[in-house]
Design a protein around this ligand. Sequence first.
Ligand code: CTP
Ligand code: GDP
Ligand code: MG
Length: 203
Amino acid sequence: ISDKIKDAKIIFVTLDLLHLSPSCGPGSGKGTQCEKVVAKYGYTHLSSGDLLRAEVSSGSERGKHLQAIMQKGELVPLDTVLDMIKDAMIAKADVSKGFLIDGYPREVKQGEEFEKKIGKPCLLLYIDAKAETMVKRLLKRGETSGRSDDNEETIKKRLDLYYKATEPVIAFYDGRGIVRKIDSELPVDEVFSQVSKAIDALK
Ligand SMILES: Nc1ccn([C@@H]2O[C@H](COP(=O)(O)OP(=O)(O)OP(=O)(O)O)[C@@H](O)[C@H]2O)c(=O)n1
Ligand SMILES: Nc1nc2c(ncn2[C@@H]2O[C@H](COP(=O)(O)OP(=O)(O)O)[C@@H](O)[C@H]2O)c(=O)[nH]1
Ligand SMILES: [Mg+2]
């Protein structure tokens, strides 16, 4: 029965709401931009990384397992993340103008599964920054973030994995014409004005 309820709501989500996926490198400024979109457009921001970190904080057995994977900069099992996103979307379906799915998909397979279980994205915001910039921002964030993966060694692994697994995601959706590339080397507000243009062009 609960699966049926989920299915019904998912159709609603797909028809009426927008899925935006800022799928870009660690430290490129996804979180910063998503916050601004929430304030201006009334979207719900779902960061897959934040959902995972919440599970880690809960101290559950599953959280301990996740923590070990994340600390190495590797990807957690696909179903774990997808289930968390789906539950969070259903919980917010009634009050959201749209969804920003941040940090997902990390690999083409994750995107395919998302579409099978939830729906199609109408836009992929590709927030691009140089590797050097991303590392610099993450090291700076690491001074205060308390995140066990914001250290030099894990940042390097996250970036390697990003170029190997996540960049192909962008090519995959580019084939559908829904990718908007945003240059994140500019000041935050200028980046946001590019983001706003991409969203305003949706309808
Ligand atoms: N779809 C996802 C999202 C996150 N993770 C795990 O959670 C970690 C942190 O993810 P996230 O918070 O998205 O971090 P980054 O992409 O590194 O970017 P950010 O700087 O926004 O935190 C990843 O390295 C990975 O281990 C994952 O496996 N699958
Ligand atoms: N200089 C500069 N720093 C930024 C910009 N966007 C984000 N940052 C900083 O870079 C770090 C990573 O940003 P965050 O939004 O967490 O990136 P994410 O990893 O892609 O979610 C944070 O410390 C931000 O304050 C930007 O446009 N310019
Ligand atoms: Mg983030």
